[in-house]
Structures are given as structure tokens and as C-alpha cells.
Design a protein around this ligand. Structure first.
Ligand code: GDP
Ligand code: MG
Length: 439
């Protein structure tokens, strides 16, 4: 569906002018994309209304690039809906900072408690204490102990015979004695929200007066995540959300719904089971992910301001069906000269930051000239099938272009890498491995 949305956008974009009917078609596609990404239907309805109003505004309809304007509005509004900017974790003015993890069973509380401890030590120079407050789930305490050992952070553990309320009290005393400036309390979850659990959590909140009540939500649960978030927020007045398991197949629509239903910021996302798999939440990147467009769109946008539209269309198609040749590369270089640094453009592509040696692909104007010289010394056939180049042909090309054999080889290698990257991009593989771009 992401593709369909893209196709509609492309069609409208290329038209240059939009009518009210076009906006309607576009809004239908956006609506479908959002529903597909598991965004709550009420949220979708409200969102679409807002975008439509802005899209039909005269400044958009009369602009030279209305299609692009509408896309921009969609992205802007999505980003805004998710809080606009990244929000940091609450830290106490006067230590200790107390963080209370809450959420359903299996959401990722214990894992995220460890990840947060590591994050706070690494990036905020804190000395955290983890508190084993889940006395119900078998092996929950052992699990936290294991997490603590893994990242070398102490765990406060009174076993499973002491009530969680008392554990919280004692943990805070212990933190004071041992000069821990951060206390992260892991709590029990249930399969569903029930009153016993909520009362226990309310008690702990009362006792520990946390600076951050971090709701942990499994992004894979889709629509359910919204109800869970709403209930927890109503009962505990949460202060932040961590959305876990974004490394899975989910498009992340839950992020949008949770934010608009609770009005509480999503602060982090979990992107792996490992302790370093925690990233700051960036609304703009999530907007891209939800729409399934990748950063490709910004590249196209950037390109369109400088490059002839038809040319760009042809290139996009070539990237899509992977028939991009060295000759196209040669042509692109001319455009790159007017666009700005190639590595900047490449960095915007989804998954590009995972590609080794990208930093080495930075090119100055002079290097571009050299590369163009090399490609110009190839026959058309060679430009189309560089894999067929043997040693003697490479030597001839080097001589013809006045560059070294090494440079010829380097170019061929870079081109190969680039093609690989394009393949990843179009197959969506790169996207999955690195769903949110370079965070
Ligand atoms: P809790 O019941 O809320 O404490 O949840 P756990 O921390 O025990 O996590 C439940 C399962 O989800 C464990 O197998 C974790 O390894 C896994 N998990 C947690 N966060 C993530 C994440 O961001 N990505 C992935 N892939 N797995 C996660
Ligand atoms: Mg747990």
C-alpha cells in the first residue's frame, strides 16, 4: 500500500496542478495507509480532516508544486501529531531520579528497564539502581538479575516474599545509602489490566513519587496498544511511553494513536532484544515509517527543485527496476554537481547509514570530474555491463582517462555498492533492518 500511496503522490506531483478531486483521491490513499499501519480509526478521521483543510487552502492550490505541498502537509501534520520533537526522559532536579516502569506482561518492561539504565549511565553519566519489583511472574527477578549482570548495573532484590510497596520503600533508602542518583523500578504486568495490579502500581507511585512513569507498550499489538495506553494513563497519569519491538514487522501506527489518545510523549523506541537496542523517538522519522515512504521522498523533493522532472522520473524508474548503469551514473554526476554533495543525498536514503564505506564515498567536485573521465573512457557496452570488464580493458580505460588502475577499480566497486544499496532500498530490506534511518 505504501507503493500505491507513492504512485498516487507521484501522479499528482507530475501533474503540477491539483484539483479538489485530486486532494480527495490523495486523502483516501493516506487514510488507507494509516489504517493499514494500525492507526486508530478515530485518529485517522480527525487527521484526514485537518490535512484536507490545509491542502485545500489557496496557498497550496495555487502554488507551482501543489502535489509536493500536500505531501509536505501530510508529513508535517503526522510529525506534529506525534509531538513534533523528540522529548527527553525526565530527570530530577534533586537526585535521585525515580523511574517507574509500567505496562502489560510481555511488553518489554524488564528489558527496557535495563536499556534505560545503560542509556542513563552512558549518555547522562548516571549511576542507576535497578529494582526488582515484579514478585509474581516466575523468574522475573532472575531475569532482572541477568539483565543487571549483563550491563554491570546493581539490582536491588528482596526476593518474592516481600510486597512490592515495601520493596520500593527499601530500595529508595538503599539508593540513598549507596549514592545512586537514579532508581529504576521494574514492576509486574498482567495479561490484562486488572484492579489489583493498578492498586499496587498506584501505591508504588505514592511511595516513590517517580519523576518518570514510563509506560512500555508492545508496538506489535496494534490497536490494542491504544486501549492499554489509555487505561494506564487514566489510572496512573503516565509521563512517557516507550514503544518496543519496532524491529518487527509493524509499521508503527500505534505511535500515532497512543500519542493522540493520551497526549503523552513517546520518548523511546525499542529496536532489538539487546541492551543497546533503545533509541530516542523522533516523530518525523516515525511519520515517514508510517507512510511507508522512506526518506526517498525527501531525496526526490530535493532533486526536483534542481533537476528536470522527466529526467528524474526516468532515473527513479531505473533505480526501481535496477537497470541503472554507469552511463546513468555519469549523467547523475552532472546533476549531483548542481544538487550538492552526493554523500548527503545518499545519507537520506533508508538504510544507507548501514552501508560500509559510505563515508568514503564523499566526493569533491574534482573527484566527480575524475569519475566522469573514467566512465567516458568506456564504451557504451562497458557502461552497461561493467562486470564484464577484464584486466586489459580496465588498463585501457585507465590509460584513456588518465587515471590510475586503482581508481578505475575503486569506481567499479563503488558502483557495485551503490547498486546493492538501490536493490536493498527497492526491496525494502534495508528499511527493515534500520527502520528509522540514522538515529
Ligand atoms: P515484561 O514482561 O514487560 O517485563 O517484558 P520483558 O522485558 O520480559 O520482554 C518480553 C520479551 O520481549 C522478551 O523476550 C524481550 O527480549 C522482548 N523484547 C523486549 N523489547 C524488545 C524490543 O524492542 N525488540 C525485540 N525484538 N524484543 C524485545
Ligand atoms: Mg518483566
Amino acid at each position: 500500500l505504501g507503493e500505491r500511496l507513492q504512485a498516487t503522490m507521484d501522479r499528482i506531483k507530475s501533474k503540477g496542478k491539483v484539483s479538489e478531486a485530486d486532494v480527495k483521491v490523495m486523502m483516501r490513499e493516506v487514510r488507507l495507509a494509516l489504517l493499514e499501519a494500525d492507526v486508530n480509526f478515530k485518529v485517522v478521521k480527525q487527521f484526514i480532516g485537518q490535512v484536507r483543510e490545509r491542502a485545500l487552502g489557496s496557498d497550496v492550490m495555487q502554488s507551482l508544486t501543489p502535489g509536493q505541498q500536500v505531501i509536505k502537509i501530510v508529513k508535517e501534520e503526522l510529525t506534529e501529531l506525534m509531538g513534533g520533537e523528540n522529548q527527553k526522559i525526565n530527570l530530577a532536579q534533586k537526585p535521585p531520579t525515580v523511574i517507574m516502569m509500567v505496562g502489560l506482561q510481555g511488553a518489554g518492561k524488564t528489558t527496557t528497564a535495563g536499556k534505560l539504565a545503560l542509556h542513563l549511565r552512558k549518555n547522562h553519566n548516571k549511576k542507576p539502581l535497578l529494582v526488582a519489583g515484579d514478585i509474581y511472574r516466575p523468574a522475573a527477578i532472575d531475569q532482572l538479575e541477568t539483565v543487571g549482570k549483563q550491563i554491570d548495573i546493581p539490582v536491588f532484590n528482596l526476593g518474592d516474599q516481600v510486597k512490592p510497596q515495601e520493596i520500593a520503600t527499601k530500595a529508595l533508602e538503599h539508593a540513598k545509602e549507596e549514592h545512586h542518583d537514579t532508581v529504576i523500578i521494574d514492576t509486574a504486568g498482567r495479561l490484562h489490566i486488572d484492579e489489583d495490579l493498578m492498586n499496587e502500581l498506584k501505591d508504588i507511585k505514592e511511595i516513590a513519587s517517580p519523576d518518570e512513569i514510563m509506560l512500555v507498550v508492545d508496538s506489535m499489538t496494534g490497536q490494542d496498544a491504544v486501549n492499554v495506553a489509555e487505561s494506564f494513563n487514566n489510572l496512573l497519569d503516565i509521563t512517557g511511553v516507550t514503544l518496543t519491538k519496532l524491529d518487527g514487522d509493524t509499521r508503527g501506527g500505534a505511535a500515532l494513536s497512543i500519542r493522540s489518545v493520551t497526549e503523552k510523549p513517546i520518548k523511546f523506541v525499542g529496536v532489538s532484544e539487546k541492551m543497546d537496542g533503545l533509541e530516542s523517538f523522533h516523530p518525523d522519522r516515525m511519520a515517514q515509517r508510517i507512510l511507508g515512504m522512506g526518506d526517498m521522498l525527501s531525496i526526490i523533493e530535493k532533486a526536483q527543485t534542481n533537476v528536470d522532472m522527466d529526467e528524474q522520473k526516468k532515473m527513479e524508474q531505473k533505480i526501481k527496476d535496477q537497470s541503472f548503469t554507469l552511463d546513468d551514473f555519469l549523467e547523475q554526476m552532472d546533476q549531483v554537481k548542481t544538487l550538492g554533495p552526493l554523500d548527503e543525498l545518499l545519507k537520506m536514503m533508508p538504510g544507507a547509514n548501514k552501508i560500509k564505506g559510505l563515508d568514503k564515498m564523499q566526493m569533491s567536485g574534482k573527484e566527480i570530474d575524475h569519475i566522469q573521465a573514467i566512465i567516458r573512457s568506456m564504451t557504451m557496452e562497458e557502461r552497461e555491463r561493467p562486470e564484464k570488464l577484464n584486466a586489459s580493458r580496465k588498463k585501457r580505460i585507465a590509460k584513456g582517462s588518465g587515471r590510475s588502475l586503482q581508481e578505475v577499480n575503486r569506481l567499479l566497486k563503488q558502483f557495485q555498492d551503490m547498486k546493492k544499496m538501490m536493490k536493498q532500498m527497492t526491496s525494502g530490506k534495508g528499511k527493515k533492518k534500520n527502520p528509522l534511518g540514522n538515529m
